[in-house]
Design a protein around this ligand. Structure first.
Ligand code: 5AD
Ligand code: SF4
Length: 441
C-alpha cells in the first residue's frame, strides 16, 4: 500500500471559504490525500484565498514567497491557489509567483482531482470558469466520518447587489441557490455524523430562492422551517444577510421557529444616507433601524451583529458621526469594522479617497464604541440562564467551552460534559472575550 499523500490547506476570509476548504479536502481525498496541519511535510499546499480587502491578497503573495525553501527542498511539492484571489487574478498569480502549480476559482474546485493529476504530469493547471454544472453535485458525498457538533452548509452563492466597494459580485458571480432536497440530504447527513448546529451560508443568504421538493420557489424561511423538523438538529443560524432581502416570513421565523437562534448578522456599512447612496446599498439608515425594530418586536432578545466600512470615498466627519449615531441606536452584540480598501474594477475605486490618517482615526473611534457595546451586552448576561452547545475542552483541565444561543463563548468547569452536549448554564461572570457559567440544576 502506498502512503497517503499529505494536503495542507490554509483558509483565509469568510466562513464560505471554510466550507469550501472542507469540500476541497474531500475532493482530493479521492486522490489519496489526507490533511496535515503543517506545510512542512505536505505533498500539496492549497491557499484558499480572500480578495475582499487589499491586505488579504497581499498576504497571499507573501505567504507564497515563504514556500520557496520547501519547494526547493522537495520539487515534487505542488502549490495551489484557490478562492477569490485565484478568481480575480488567475494567470497573473502564476506570472507573479512561478512557484504556483495550480490556480482554481471558487466555482471550479470540483475539478481539482483532474487538475491535481495534470500538475503531477508536470504541467500547470488553471481553471477560473463559472461552469454550468453544479460543483456540489460533482463533489463526492461527504465521507461518513464523525465530526464536531457545529457545521457550515452553503445554501447560496454569489451576489447581485453590486455595492460600489465590493468585489464579491465579480469573484463569486451571480446569485445562485442550491435546491432544497440536496440541502436537506446534506443536513441530515451532517446530523447523523454528530452535528447539532448548522449555520446556513451565503454571500446573500437571505436572498435564497431554491427549488423546493414540490417544484415551488422556496424562501430561506421555508428552508429553515424544513430544517427545524430534522430530528437531532438543535440549532440553526444563517449568515450573511442584506437588509433589503429581510422578508416578512424570515422576520416571523425569528419569533416562532424554535431552533432558529436569536442572533442576526445584518451589515449596514454606514449610517449616512448620502454614503449609503454612494455605496449603492439601496436603503437608508432609517429603513435599517425600522427593520431592526420589526425584528426585535418578533424576538426581543435578538443580538444584532453588523459590518461597517469607515473612510469610504467622500465620507466626511458628519457622515461618520451618522454612523456612530446609528450604532448608538442599535446596540450591537458584536460587529466587524474595516477601513475602506480600494478594489480595482469596483466603482468606488475611481472616487476621491479619504486620507489614511482619517480612516485610522474613525476606525479607532468606531471600534471603541462597538467594543463598549459588545462588552455591555455580554456583561448583562451575568445572572441569566442560557443554553450552551459544548464544542471542545477549554484551556484549563476539566473545563469545557461552548457557544450560547447568542454566540457568546461560555466556559464551564465540569467533568460531566462532552462535546456535543447541549445544557442549560447559569452565567456567573463575564471576561474580555467570554463568559463563565455553571450547569443549572
Ligand atoms: N473595503 C473595506 N471593507 C470591505 N468590505 C467589503 N468590501 C470592502 C472594501 N473594499 C467589508 C464589508 C462587508 C465585509 C464582508 O467586508 O463590510 O460586509
Ligand atoms: Fe458585497 Fe454588497 Fe454583495 Fe455584500 S451585498 S457581497 S457587500 S456587493
Amino acid at each position: 500500500m502506498t502512503a497517503p499523500k499529505k494536503l495542507y490547506i490554509k483558509t483565509y476570509g469568510c466562513q464560505m471559504n471554510v466550507y469550501d476548504s472542507e469540500r476541497m479536502a474531500e475532493a482530493l481525498g479521492g486522490q489519496g490525500y489526507v490533511e496535515t496541519k503543517t506545510p512542512d511535510d505536505a505533498d500539496m499546499i492549497l491557499l484558499n484565498t480572500c480578495h475582499i480587502r487589499e491586505k488579504a491578497a497581499e498576504k497571499v503573495y507573501s505567504e507564497l514567497g515563504r514556500f520557496k525553501g520547501l519547494k526547493a527542498a522537495r520539487p515534487d511539492l505542488k502549490i495551489g491557489v484557490a478562492g477569490c484571489v485565484a478568481q480575480a487574478e488567475g494567470q497573473e498569480i502564476m506570472r507573479r509567483q512561478p512557484l504556483v502549480d495550480l490556480v482554481v476559482g471558487p466555482q471550479s474546485y470540483h475539478r481539482l482531482p483532474e487538475m491535481e493529476a495534470k500538475t503531477r504530469a508536470g504541467e500547470k493547471a488553471l481553471d477560473t470558469d463559472f461552469p454550468e454544472e453544479d460543483k456540489f453535485e460533482k463533489l463526492r458525498a461527504r465521507p461518513k466520518a464523525k465530526r464536531g457538533p457545529t457545521a457550515f452548509l452553503t445554501v447560496q452563492e454569489g451576489c447581485d447587489k453590486f455595492c460600489a466597494f465590493c468585489v464579491v459580485p465579480y469573484t463569486r458571480g451571480a446569485e445562485v441557490s442550491r435546491p432544497v432536497d440536496r440541502l436537506l440530504t446534506e443536513a441530515r447527513d451532517l446530523v447523523e455524523r454528530g452535528v447539532r448546529e448548522i449555520t446556513l451560508l451565503g454571500q446573500n443568504v437571505n436572498a435564497y430562492h431554491g427549488v423546493g421538493p414540490d417544484g415551488a420557489d422556496w424562501s430561506l424561511a421555508r428552508l429553515i422551517w424544513a430544517l427545524n423538523d430534522v430530528d437531532g438538529l438543535e440549532r440553526i443560524r444563517f449568515t450573511t444577510s442584506h437588509p433589503n432581502d429581510m422578508a416578512e416570513d424570515l422576520i416571523e421565523a425569528h419569533a416562532d421557529c424554535p431552533k432558529l437562534m436569536p442572533y442576526l448578522h445584518l451589515p449596514v456599512q454606514s449610517g449616512s444616507d448620502r454614503i449609503l447612496k454612494r455605496m449603492n446599498r439601496s436603503h437608508t439608515a432609517e429603513q435599517y433601524l425600522r427593520l431592526i425594530e420589526r425584528l426585535r418586536a418578533a424576538r426581543p432578545d435578538l443580538h444584532m451583529s453588523g459590518d461597517f466600512i469607515v473612510g469610504f470615498p467622500e465620507e466626511t466627519e458628519a457622515d461618520f458621526r451618522d454612523t456612530m449615531a446609528l450604532v448608538e441606536a442599535v446596540q450591537y452584540g458584536s460587529a466587524f469594522s474595516f477601513k475602506y480598501s480600494t478594489r480595482p474594477g469596483t466603482p468606488a475605486a475611481e472616487r476621491a479617497q479619504v486620507s489614511e490618517a482619517e480612516k485610522d482615526d474613525r476606525l479607532q473611534r468606531l471600534q471603541a464604541l462597538l467594543t463598549r457595546q459588545q462588552r455591555a451586552l455580554q456583561d448583562a448576561m451575568v445572572g441569566r440562564e442560557v443554553s450552551v452547545l459544548f464544542e471542545k475542552s477549554g484551556r484549563m483541565p476539566g473545563q469545557m467551552v461552548g457557544k450560547s444561543d447568542y454566540l457568546h463563548a461560555v466556559h464551564v468547569d465540569s467533568d460531566a460534559i462532552a462535546p456535543g452536549d447541549l445544557a442549560r448554564v447559569r452565567i456567573v461572570s463575564s471576561g474580555p472575550n467570554s463568559l463563565a457559567g455553571e450547569l443549572s440544576r
